[in-house]
Structure formats: C-alpha cells, structure tokens
Design a protein around this ligand. Structure first.
Ligand SMILES: [Zn+2]
Length: 400
C-alpha cells in the first residue's frame, strides 16, 4: 500500500500516489553527500561532489552567445531538469569568475566556486529571488507575486542581472498571475524571469504567451560522469545475465576490485611524485615519518572519494529502476513505451532496455531494498570495514 507520508511518494492533484523523484534525498546519509541532494535542494545544499556543473539548455546557451536573452522563460521538463536549468542560468548570469565569456562580454558558463555561484546554490543570492508554492494549499500566493514584482526592480548587488524564479508556475491562479502580468510583459532591463513547470499544459495561457518556452530534457543525465556510466553499464549487464547464476555478479566484482586496486596505485604514484619524499633523501627520520603519514592520509581520502563516486553512479541506475517501476504502477511497459516524461528523469536513458527488464523482474519494495543496500555499503565503506567483503556482500544481496 502506498502511504502519502511515505517519503517515496507524493499525491498528485487527483489524490493518486506518484513516485517522488526526490526519493533519494530521503535516504538520510545520502543527503548532503550525493549530488541528488545538492540538485534537489538548491536552497539548502552543501555544494559537494558535483564536479560537473550542469549545462544550460542549448536554446538558452545560443541566446546568450548572440546576446539575445529573452526577458522571460518557461522551463519545462522533470523537476530535476527544470531546477537544474534555472539554477544554472542564474549562476551563469551572476558568476564573477566565468570560465567562458562571449565576444560581447556575456557570461556563457559559470565557475560554481565564486561567491555569486555559491549564493545561488544555497538559495541566498541577493540577485535571484526564488519563489515556490507555499500556503496550505501549495499555491503561489498573490503576496509572493507582489514581492517578486517589487524585488525585480531593485538594483542587483555585484552582478549585472536580477533574476526571478517562479517554481511550479502551474500553481499560480488567475489572481496571483494578474498581479504579475505587467512585470512579466515589461521587466526592467538586465533582468530575467524564469518560470518552471513539470506540467506546462496546466500553466495559464496568459503566462505561457509572455514567455519563451524551453524544454529541458536530460540535464540530469548529463551530470553523470563517463566513469559512472561505464560501471553502471557493467552492473546492468551483470543484472541481465541472471541465467548465469552468480557467475555474472562475481565477474563484475572481480572487475570492480581490480579497477579499484589500479585506481589506488595511480593515486599513490601521483601523490608520491608530488611529495618531497620522492626527491629529498636527506630527510630527518622523524620528518620523513610525518610526511609519510600525511601522504598516506591524502591517498586514502582521494581513493575513498573516487570509490564513493563510482558506487554512487550504480545507485543512480538502481534509482532509475525504482522510478520506472513506480511510474508504471508496478506493471512495467515495454521499453518502447517509455514516456518522454519518464525518460527525461532517468539518469541513464541509454540503459532503458535493461532498466525496464529489471523493473519487470522485481517489485517496488525490492527496488527500494536495492537502493538501501548500496546506501549501507557506502556507510560501511566509510568506516574501516573490509572493502572486498563489503562489496561482495552487497552484490549478493542485490535483487536482480
Ligand atoms: Zn562563479
């Protein structure tokens, strides 16, 4: 039975239980460590791990290049993608240390490190006024729209732009929209209004007609690193090879531990090269000992970070499986039937076949069990548990 208080679900307007794509933030220790937590909580994230800043939708990027930014956008797509796009555009406009600037001096990328970028990430930017449905009924209120209309006319601080974001624009009724139409039609110069919606058909026409509509598909997927992609593919292959019994799992485990061993060696070599230990043979024994201890600490930390990221990628795929199951109400359709809506929130759209095959074999509780297994594995590995034994136990416990 689905429970509306269950972190894994929410109820839509008709009262039907729907899977909550933000489920992973509800796993306590993944929160703040995974970039799911970071992306899903722009208001309270701790800005970690995401070493791959989210790109902008192509259309917006092109308009920045041509210096023809629209004054108002309606970003549509999954919750993850529209939030990413709104956050990225906001950072790009405010960034004080942009890695790439157009010929006409417009920021095309953001550094994700300067004060402006970090303020946006934490929801504390004085230049981005971000509103989302509040009130008991989860509606955008008239007062919120009045505040935004006033705020957008104030001068920016340390950025050339003011940005207003209205999340879930479909939650704005006619009265709230009316207080905002004039601002939306003629916002001040150097300001951008961003409306987002996962249900664009439910957004009032008066709003839609005043915005440039931009579909933001697959931005979440583009954050997955090449390495995470590669290992997820291998895990999917192992999961598909049920007929081989446990052999496929052990083959995967062998590959994984070998790669991790090689990774450790590379990190060791890199750290050794960068250390004074590799040059100076005349070091005092006590000093040498201290340097060695320090270096070993760095090696261990680097290694753990890299291992954690690899396993995180596997978690993203198992989350895809769970989402696919929930979307289809536990009876999985053929991969060819994947709706664009579902495909836009998957981290690995290219693994749709395996995702659907696995979703057809297990039920929702088992899919969540898989997520919890990898979660526990990360916790165990962050203590001093034996790595290979921990990984082996996890792989044997996964339900394929
Ligand atoms: Zn920046």
């Amino acid at each position: 039975m689905l429970d509306s208080n269950d972190a894994g679900h929410y109820r839509d307007r008709k009262g039907n239980a729907k899977p909550n794509p933000e489920f992973c933030i509800c796993l306590p220790s993944l929160k703040n460590r995974s970039f799911i937590g970071v992306l899903m909580n722009p208001m309270e994230s701790n800005h970690e791990i995401n070493s791959n800043p989210a790109p902008l939708p192509e259309l917006i990027r092109k308009s920045l290049e041509r210096n023809r930014l629209a004054h108002a956008y309606l970003l549509t797509g999954s919750e993850l993608d529209v939030r990413l796009a709104a956050t990225s555009l906001s950072k790009t406009l405010h960034c004080s240390n942009p890695p790439l600037v157009s010929e006409s001096g417009v920021n095309l990328e953001f550094c994700d490190e300067c004060q402006q970028c970090r303020d946006v990430e934490r929801g504390r930017s004085p230049n981005t006024h971000w509103i989302r449905p509040s009130s008991r009924l989860r509606m955008i209120t008239i007062q919120q729209m009045r505040d935004l209309s006033r705020e957008i006319f104030l001068s920016p601080l340390g950025s050339p732009f003011k940005v207003g974001v209205v999340e879930s624009a479909e939650r704005m009724n006619r009265e709230a929209a009316n207080t905002f139409l004039k601002t939306l039609e003629e916002p001040p110069k150097k300001s951008v209004l961003i409306l987002t919606s996962t249900q664009p058909d439910a957004v009032l026409d008066t709003l839609v007609s005043r915005c440039q509509r931009v579909a933001c598909g697959g931005l979440g997927a583009s954050l997955v690193t090449e390495e995470q992609r590669k290992w997820t593919q291998k895990l999917a292959q192992a999961a598909m090879a049920n007929h081989e019994g446990l052999f496929a799992r052990y083959r995967f485990l062998g590959d994984l531990t070998k790669t991790l061993q090689e990774r450790r060696e590379i990190i060791q070599e890199e750290q050794m090269e960068a250390s004074p230990l590799s040059e100076d043979y005349e070091l005092e024994p006590a000093h040498r000992k201290k340097l060695e201890t320090e270096m070993n600490g760095i090696i261990e930390a680097e290694y753990r970070k890299s291992r954690e990221s690899l396993i995180q990628g596997l978690t993203y795929w198992l989350r895809d499986v769970w989402i696919a199951l929930e979307y289809s109400g536990n009876s999985v359709a053929l991969p060819a039937d994947i709706s664009p809506e579902l495909s836009s929130i998957l981290y690995f759209p290219e693994l749709a076949d395996s995702t659907h095959t696995l979703a057809g074999r297990i039920n929702s509780a088992q899919a969540r069990h898989n997520l919890e297994i990898l979660e526990k594995t990360q916790i165990r590995l962050s203590t001093n548990a034996d790595q290979n034994l921990t990984l082996e136990t996890a792989l044997l416990e996964l339900r394929f």
